[in-house]
Design a protein around this ligand. Structure first.
Ligand code: ADP
Ligand code: ZN
Ligand code: ZN
Length: 745
């Protein structure tokens, strides 16, 4: 029998990960040695026994086998959380392609900073009545920041300092006078261990309605049963959070822990406070503004069992809870759940895998589930629960209308505002209410479309829009097909064919010209690049310092603007043509979200969707808030064109400073993939079981002087894609070439 060697890491901290050590696995323990196993090893000159973890096994020693030490023993005790996270890293490496070190760095906590920041809280000391009276006075004086603070104090006696400053946006300068007046005092965690003590007893006054009760009972039964992943599909405001909390309290009462993932942008103070109020100080949060040290502190508390519930964005998934029972992914359709760095894992499959290892359950929630998740729910891979009605009667859905921009053009209106939208803007300004103008930025990549018939110029083979390049060519980023930019529309012959390029600045200039009196704020990369720019703009708008806010994706999520009664979506099509198979889905979600910003309070809202393509199913379905209609159309398209979730898709990005080299390697991969495809054969209709597309230049063909090539493979058989990925990894890659996988399953 061949000897087995193990790569072992000795320290479970970020910094130490780049160094692993190879040990021989003695035959008698080989059966117990697996990736993730905790082992005792002789370490250093003195051969002191230390703990380590196996991160890889191989039969090829890295250096002289005579000099390789032997593992002393495998620790057979209860599997520590580290082992589980290491196995999760191994799964990520395998599924998404990366090095083991990159995967480990993703799942294991960063090194703990020596200095940790003490948590501070604002604790109300004045009576409710006094606060109420003061609130009235402050409202009269229009001291908006202080009003927000007092309103919060009337709801909660104790407010975390960070939340007051960052989420409530009340500066220390503006709350200090209230402290002097004896309204509250500031305390640190030490002097006030249980920051939510006063609230904990206040059991939720909310009684689940029938629909919510049924969903909660179903989820609890699933949890008590096979713990199959579940999808909670509930319209906005239907009370998904209440249902999550009901399930969490069932799970934590049984001694297990829960992770609640919320996209960073939606992680508002109000949401977090609802969890605090229900679960008290057994809750903690991680988010991107925490330092590495603060984050690792929170993770340490989780490991020690000081908390049961962790709320946070993608990285919260790696909270080292020893006995995880539940992972909830709210707004599971959000693109933020996909990592942008290698390994490019997606939080949903990663959560499902972690839960599988831990014997826990994953619950996905959304008002507009991703096509992929809804497909799996229809398939029975997930269990589906539905909430069809809003929990609170009074909030009404906004009225939505679609304006056909081609009609506008025909009537001689060449501005970016339709007559309908301009008219409503005027009315809204006259009523002193606020307007959001939403510009879809995803389409910026520069497709070319006809302003007469609305058609974008598409690839004849792939049904995606061609993208304009500086060299005057239109290219398909899936297969490499290219043509020169046409002078007339290929569909209708009109000469009004042009690239889109309307930026937020241009919109701002237009608004100022038409409505010179209106106060305008603009939010985009330029205006928010300064630190805090983002929050400053939003709070200025929330405080009524402007009448109109113009922005991109950033303005459609997370924040509530009760005075906004009109939302204009300027060119809803832009994202339709962004050149990926998911563009219809993204468009539907963006419009649905943008529309949801209108009339959130008591004022009724209106939404105007301007489009060159008003009968596109994504736009029509979004306007009528018809998720199911959208979904069935979308899934049909995916099935016809062999896209995920019906088919699995592996994409590979190959980059190099030397273009010829990148191209050559892409060619190698293509050869290898075709070989595999040939072996796989065809189905009865003559369609290849493994389809290979490309190679082609990537959407951005060069970044930082690195040339980029892409190649895609599609198959219903996910195993085949994994096999292809593994074979690609085994190619002898030139060290001047880098590659990166993206797997959609
Ligand atoms: P979602 O997460 O589905 O958008 P939320 O859980 O945020 O919905 O609920 C929307 C609002 O309705 C919240 O203010 C919540 O407190 C309230 N709400 C939810 N369920 C109930 C209920 N059963 N009774 C009263 N109010 C409820
Ligand atoms: Zn193509
Ligand atoms: Zn045309």
């Amino acid at each position: 029998m061949k000897k087995l060697y193990a790569d072992i890491i000795v320290d479970i901290v970020h910094m130490a990960l780049d160094r692993c050590f190879q040990y021989e696995v003695p035959e008698e323990i080989a059966a117990d040695a697996a990736v993730g196993s905790r082992v005792r090893i002789p370490f250093g000159k003195a051969d002191t026994l230390r703990d380590g973890y196996i991160i890889g096994l191989t039969e090829t020693p890295e250096y002289d086998p005579e000099k390789i030490k032997k593992i002393e023993s495998v620790c057979g005790d209860a599997v520590p959380i580290e082992s589980q996270l290491i196995r999760l890293a191994a799964w990520m490496r395998e599924t998404y392609g990366s090095t083991m070190i990159q995967a480990l760095k993703t799942v294991l906590p960063a090194r703990r900073n020596v200095k940790t920041v003490r948590k501070r809280y604002l604790v109300r000391t004045a009576e409710r009545e006094q606060c109420g009276a003061l609130l009235e006075e402050l409202r009269r004086k229009k001291q908006k920041a202080r009003v927000r603070l007092l309103e919060a104090f009337l709801e909660d006696e104790v407010l975390p300092y960070e939340m007051v400053v960052h989420k409530l946006r009340v500066s220390p300068a503006s709350f200090a006078p209230l402290e002097e007046m004896g309204i509250f005092r500031i305390q640190t965690e030490e002097s006030y261990r249980n920051p939510i003590r006063g609230l904990k007893q206040e059991t939720s006054s909310i009684v689940l309605n029938g629909e919510q009760r049924a969903a909660a009972d179903g989820l609890i039964a699933s949890w008590e049963g096979d713990r199959k992943p579940c999808l909670l599909y509930g319209i906005t405001g239907s009370g998904k959070t209440e249902v999550y909390m009901e399930l969490i309290s069932h799970v934590t009462a049984r001694g297990k822990q829960a992770i609640v993932m919320i996209p960073e942008i939606a992680l508002t103070w109000q949401t977090v406070m609802r969890f605090y109020r229900r679960f008290g100080d057994r809750v903690s949060i991680v988010h991107s503004r925490l330092s590495a040290g603060e984050k690792s502190d929170q993770f340490a508390r989780a490991r020690k069992g000081e908390i049961d519930i962790m709320i946070g964005p993608r990285s919260a998934l790696f909270t080292p809870f020893p006995d995880l029972g539940l992972v909830i992914i709210d707004e599971e359709h959000e693109t933020a759940y996909q990592s942008e760095t290698v390994p490019r894992y997606h939080a949903v499959p990663a959560a499902i895998e972690r839960c599988r290892m831990a014997g826990a359950m994953t619950v996905l929630g959304s008002a507009t589930p991703s096509a992929s998740s809804y497909y799996k729910a229809q398939n029975g891979e997930y269990r589906l629960f539905q909430l069809r009605t809003r929990a609170k009667e009074k909030s009404v859905l906004p009225s939505v209308e679609i304006v056909d921009l081609r009609e506008e053009l025909r009537s001689g209106n060449r501005t970016i505002f339709s007559r309908r939208l301009a008219g409503l803007m005027e009315e809204t300004l006259a009523r002193k209410e606020q307007i959001l103008l939403f510009l879809n930025r995803r389409g910026y990549a520069g497709f070319v479309s006809c302003r007469s018939c609305g058609e974008a110029v598409k690839c004849p083979h792939c049904d995606v829009s061609l993208t304009a390049h500086r060299d005057g060519m239109l290219r398909c980023h899936y297969c490499g097909y290219e043509i020169p930019v046409p002078r007339t529309c290929p569909s209708c012959g009109s000469k009004y064919i042009a690239g889109f390029g309307t930026g937020t600045q241009k919109v701002e200039a237009m608004v100022k010209k038409i409505f010179p009196e209106a106060g305008v704020l603009r939010m985009d990369m330029d205006t928010t690049s300064k630190k805090g720019g983002h929050d400053a703009i939003l709070s200025a708008f929330a405080d009524g310092k402007a009448d109109i806010l113009i922005g991109t994706q950033m303005i459609v999520k997370g924040h509530d603007f009760p005075k906004v009664t009109l939302v204009g979506i300027l060119a809803a099509d832009l994202s339709l043509n962004s050149g990926g198979y998911e563009s219809g889905e993204r468009t539907f979600q963006l419009i649905t979200q943008a529309a949801g910003r209108a009339g959130r309070d008591s004022l009724p809202g209106r939404v105007v969707i301007q489009s060159y393509n008003p009968s596109h199913y994504s736009i029509e379905a979004a306007a009528s808030q018809d998720y199911d209609g959208f979904y069935w159309h979308e899934i049909l398209y995916r099935r016809l064109l062999h896209y995920p979730p019906v088919y699995g898709m592996l994409s590979l990005l190959i980059t190099s400073k030397e273009e010829a080299l990148a191209e050559r390697m892409a060619g190698r991969v293509k050869e290898l993939a075709e070989e595999l495809s040939w072996e796989a054969g065809k189905d009865e209709k003559g369609i290849e079981l493994l389809e290979v597309i490309g190679p082609a230049k990537a959407q951005i063909a060069r970044i930082n002087d690195h040339y980029r090539y892409v190649i895609y493979a599609k198959s219903e058989d996910r195993g085949m894609l994994l096999e292809l990925k593994n074979k690609i990894e085994q190619i002898e890659w030139d060290r001047h070439v880098m590659y990166q996988f993206d797997m959609s399953v």
